[in-house]
Ligand binder design. Sequence first.
Ligand code: C5P
Length: 233
Amino acid sequence: MNRDVIIACDFASREATLAFLDKFTDVKPFVKIGMELYYAEGPEIVREIKKRGHKIFLDLKLHDIPNTVKKAMSVLRNLDVDVTNLHAAGTTAMMKAAIEGLTREDGTRPLLIAVTQLTSTDQEAMEKDLLIKEPIDEVVMHYAETAKNAGLDGVVCSPLEAGKVHARCGEKFLTVTPGVRFADGDVGDQKRVMTPAAAREIGSDLIVVGRPITAAEDPVAAYKRCVREFVGE
Ligand code: C5P
C-alpha cells in the first residue's frame, strides 16, 4: 500500500463525524474508525463513510478464541473496509482463523494488521501482570514476526519501531504508526512522538493522526500539511 495519512476519527457520534468529514470537499482522506464510534453507531457508520468514498481502517482490535474471531471477521468482511486489525497476543491459531474468516469467496480480503504490545503497557506491567520477562522491544518484534508468519500484512507500532520491524519482517510488511505530531504542535498525552517527516524517514507506511488534525483550527489545512510532510506531495 502507498504511503498515506489516516485520520483517526475519534468522535462519539455519527453527527460529529460527518460534520468533520463534510469539511473535506476536494479530498477524501483515509479514515480510522475505532471502538467508540463503532459501538455508538454500529456497522451503518462504516457503510456510510465508505459510500462517501473514503478508505477505512476499522480499528476494533479483535482478541478471542479462533472460532469466534473467524466468525466475527466473516461478518466484517462484508463491510468492505480496507484495513482491519486484531491482537497478536491471540496467537497464530487465532490470526490464521481471522484470515480465513476475512477472505471473501472471490479470494479478496481487507488488509489485516496486528497490535503487538499496546503502547500503554510498559516493561513493569508486562512482567507483573502478564508474567512476560523478556525486554519489551524483543516482545514487540517477536509478535511482529509471529503475525507475519501467520500471514498478516503488517502491524500497528510506534514510529520509533517501524525501521526495526521492516528490518525483521521485510520492507513489504506494513507499519502503521500513531503518535505523530507536527514539530510545532501539542504533544497531548502521547509520550513518544515523531513528526510526519521523521516517520517517513524511518519507514512508516501509514501514519494515524488524530488530534493534530481533528482539533486543528483548520483541519483540512492540517491534513494537507501532514500529507505534504509525510507523502511529499
Ligand atoms: O489524537 P492522536 O493523534 O494521539 O490519535 C492517535 C490515534 O491512534 C488514536 O485513535 C489512538 O487510540 C490510536 N493509537 C495510539 N497508540 C497506539 C495505538 C493506537 O495512539 N499504540
